[in-house]
Design a protein around this ligand. Structure first.
Ligand code: ADP
Ligand code: MG
Length: 648
């Protein structure tokens, strides 16, 4: 029969600056299955060091330690974790229970890392607690339990995965004598049931309960005696077959890690909220800024689209605002005729505009009066609200008709009055209203008051009107490149006028220029918002690093009961990701609230939330959680169990 535990020439020392403290000095020790052993010695003699090495929480600097014939120095970290999980059950002087979990929750922890089904887990933890006399304390938190009860919870935890070897370091050290005796009685019963029990104590009276007493002094074993008086009867324990060494599925581990993250985060709601704040603000900033950019882009695009597609405008002068423009008299209706004969031109409308007073009964209104051709409305994308447009014959016969826009209608007529057929006076010219234009989409155009009459009527009948035009609007034929048409128009008109005394305005160009600038603008503002997210992520990382230091005992305990490095990594990484996802959801709500408060897409601050911006913001929040959670998670996973458990 191979010995269960076999130490050969094991030495463990600590270096503190120049000094070397030898905690264990060439220790040889063999313990067989089913023994009940007490390790006794003064404080500082090396008992805990020995215990930590036996439990694979710590590793010797030299020598060999075999468990069930396996050399532990050759095992990987995950293999050692599995050994702790499947073989050993730890009982600590200070219990090491998690304050946020119920008694049952604490007992179940080792089973989580063994991948045991939640229902089975619950059943087993309840049964163990019942057997240890805590059947009515299952849902209590550690703070609601006495020391003796807490130690019994930790015994149940040690037995959760089988606990073939029970390692108890000063299990009664923090208990009153009565609770201490209960704990010792339980340990003796476990021994009788076949568990190997190893107790560390500085108290000779407690050691009397064991059937073998090993005395340690200054890191060396100085005595190893059988205790004749002790009860040595034992039954052969069957190795626990329920759990396996294989890692549970990723889905199981993620599910458990998310549940842990949820408990950790709800345990300190205010701190969690403050940690999230950076992410909340970051995500809200991204979504609002992108929404604003998208909204104002749409608003301007609507205005550009109202100018009409593939329209080319020709105006006298060198550019908008040229003060000589009013004196240039070369742009004539004949130019319009010449242009409309060109194959690349679909239609042309001359425009003569003047600002003048209009009278309807006794209402006087200063409006813009435009003499236009019949194609003007189509070219400029103007829609009819009611009535009719004027046609070619109206133009030719210089008919005294007028179309008014929606604003003018509202200023001249009372609500409910039909303006069609009514006569308005422009200067001394009576005009019959034949139509009212539909309101425009863009708010900009809707502020002016516009009246449209046939340009022929304007030229011949309105006094003081010269024969030259204030502009030409040209619609280019379909399938003709606007840029080509523009060149041809410039050539034709320059030839007719003898010089280039006009300029061209192209709505396509405007649209393209605008789209380019708005693209670079939105990239700029998005990157500024992204910086807010990164700053939020750094905040998360900061708090997570503090959390890891604060919860170092929890990490140690989890490792002691068999958590793999990957499990610890996953737990803290997911905690960061959960913070970021919940923060992103709050941030989205905040953004939507801001959007609702700032008004509609038509208002002064138009905001359009695209699903793309919402998805991108959430995805970047998750990415922030992964990136900035990595460092804290790794620093947690790289701790050694003994370091984490004993660090102050
Ligand atoms: P016991 O449990 O018997 O009181 P320990 O095994 O805890 O003793 O410690 C044995 C010796 O090793 C002590 O002198 C202690 O100061 C030293 N020691 C233990 N752990 C460390 C450590 N991490 N760093 C430095 N010295 C340590
Ligand atoms: Mg100790």
């Amino acid at each position: 029969m191979t010995a269960l535990i076999e130490l050969k020439n094991v030495t463990r020392f600590h270096r503190l600056g120049d000094e070397t403290i030898v905690a264990l000095n060439s220790v040889d020790l063999t313990i067989n299955s089913g023994e009940m052993v007490a390790i006794i010695g003064a404080s500082g003699s090396g008992k805990s060091t020995l215990m930590n090495i036996l439990g694979c929480l710590d590793q010797p600097n030299s020598g060999s330690y075999r468990v069930d014939g396996q050399e532990t120095a050759k095992l990987s970290l995950d293999k050692l974790a599995s050994l702790r999980r499947e073989h050993f059950g730890f009982i600590f002087q200070r219990y090491h229970l998690m304050a946020d979990l119920s008694a049952a929750g604490n007992v179940e922890i080792p089973a989580i890392y063994a991948g045991i089904d939640p229902a089975v887990r619950r059943e087993r933890s309840h049964a163990l607690l019942g057997k240890l006399g805590l059947g009515d304390r299952i849902q209590n938190r550690p703070s609601q339990l006495s020391g003796g009860q807490q130690q019994r919870v930790s015994i149940a935890r040690a037995l959760m995965n089988g606990g073939h070897v029970i390692l108890a370091d000063e299990p009664t050290g923090a208990l009153d004598s009565k609770s201490g005796e209960t704990v010792l009685r339980i340990l003796r019963e476990l021994h009788r049931d076949g568990h190997t029990v190893i107790i560390v104590t500085h108290d000779a009276k407690i050691a009397e309960h064991a059937d073998r007493i090993i005395e340690i002094f200054d890191g060396r074993i100085i005595a190893d005696k059988r205790n004749a008086g002790a009860d040595t009867s034992t039954t052969d324990i069957k190795k626990s077959g329920a759990s396996t060494n294989a890692a549970p599925s990723l889905w199981y581990r993620v599910k458990e890690a998310v549940a842990m993250a949820y408990r950790a985060l709800t345990a300190h709601p205010i701190r969690t909220l403050l940690t999230m704040l950076g992410i909340i603000i970051g995500v809200a900033a991204v979504v609002v800024v992108v929404g604003l950019g998208e909204g104002s882009k749409q608003k301007v695009l609507n205005q550009v689209n109202d100018l009409g597609a593939s329209t080319i405008g020709v105006y006298p002068g060198s550019d908008w605002g040229d003060e000589r423009a009013s004196r240039i008299r070369t742009l004539l209706p004949e130019d319009a005729d010449a242009l409309s004969a060109q194959p690349y031109v679909d239609s042309v409308s001359p425009v003569i505009s003047t600002s003048t007073t209009v009278r309807m009964d006794n209402v006087l209104l200063n409006t813009e009066v435009n003499g236009v051709g019949e194609s003007y409305f189509q070219v400029n994308n103007l829609k009819l609200g009611r009535g009719r447009f004027f046609d070619n014959r109206d133009i030719e016969s210089r008919l005294q008709v007028a179309l008014i826009d929606d604003n003018t209608k509202r200023r001249l007529f009372r609500e409910g009055v039909d303006p069609i057929g009514k006569v308005i006076m422009v200067q001394k010219l009576p005009l019959v209203i034949t139509g009212v234009l539909a309101p425009r989409r863009s708010s900009d155009g809707s502020r002016s008051l516009q009246i449209y009459i046939p340009y022929t009527a304007m030229l011949s009948r309105l006094s003081g009107q010269a024969s030259s035009l204030t502009g030409l609007t040209i619609r280019v034929s379909d399938r003709i490149d606007t840029r080509f048409a523009e060149g041809a128009i410039v050539n034709l008109l320059t030839r007719r006028h003898g010089l280039k005394d006009f300029f061209i305005f192209n709505s396509d160009q405007l649209r393209k220029t605008f789209e380019n600038t708005s693209r670079s603008m939105s990239m700029l503002i998005t990157s500024v918002a992204a910086i807010a997210l990164v700053v939020g992520g750094i905040g998360v990382m900061n708090i997570m690093l503090v959390t890891v230091t604060e919860r170092i005992k929890e990490i140690g305990l989890r490792m002691a009961v068999g958590a793999r490095r990957m499990d610890i990594m996953l737990q803290f990484q997911l905690e960061a990701v959960v913070i970021c996802i919940v923060g992103a959801v709050f941030g989205l709500c905040l953004a939507l609230a801001i959007g609702a408060a700032m008004g509609s897409a038509e208002g002064d601050y138009p905001m359009i939330f695209t699903s793309a911006s919402i998805i991108v913001a959430t995805a970047s929040a998750i990415a922030v959680g992964l990136v900035f959670g990595y460092l804290p998670a790794r620093s947690a996973a790289q701790l050694t169990p003994v370091d984490a458990l004993t660090r102050e």
